[in-house]
Design a binder for this molecule. Sequence first.
Ligand SMILES: [Zn+2]
Length: 277
Amino acid sequence: MAPVSLVTVTMVTLCLYCDMTTGLSTSEAAQFTVSGSYSATLTVSSTSTTYTISSSGMPDHAWQSVNPNTPTAQNHVVTVPKTPTVASTKGCLPMGQIAITRTGVSLYNPLASGYVNAVEGSSAETFDSCDGHATDRGDYHYHKLPSSCLWQNELDYLIGVAMDGYPIYGPNTTGYSAWLTTSSLDDCHGITIGGEYRYVATTDFPYLLGCFHGVISDSSFDTTYSCSSSTNYAQWNGYLCSCHELSNAANSLTSLSQIVTLVGLVAMSTAPSQQFL
Ligand SMILES: [Zn+2]
């Protein structure tokens, strides 16, 4: 039998350090629930490898019709991996659902039709008293931090989960004296805390996510565009892409010599680069 080569050991080590991460914990998954008010329904089922969140998409709070549309019950079924895989090339965020809240409501990227900021500025859309509104199909959703009726300044508050399986938290975070803002986060709007990667919803653009840190395993989900731009917060056809640092990181994983170099750097470092976790 041939001895295990240094290359094999190196690549396995790389995978252990870089590719497999933790998604929703059991206690986080248990926080996905609704009271049943306002026609909100939600169930969570699981297999050994996935969670599936099924909901009516109706918010678990009061809402108002603030545009020509009225919220109606949807049939949301979101399946996410229990163990997300870090994407070597980050995914851009399509318009429509990119994540789901702990109450089963859709989270959208910050763009409105015309590819303009839906939340702030001259293109801002109208939101109800709970920070949401409905599409013409009746899908109630948030484009921004839902800070009126969902998250209300609680510390370390789970807001929801993104399509790649990573949790989304509010900006009030243990260990930080002020709410986290976009400048404190990576391009995908995430941060690693206690060894766990999470997205953070903030009051500033792009509010929720900047790109997908992990692989989307649901083949029906539209991941047409991958981040390859050197420009942060670019958009293509309604996709938001904010990956200038991350695309550089992905490009570095192209040759064995560079992988070996990377492992050497990881081995020497007591604090591995956040980009590779
Ligand atoms: Zn909208």
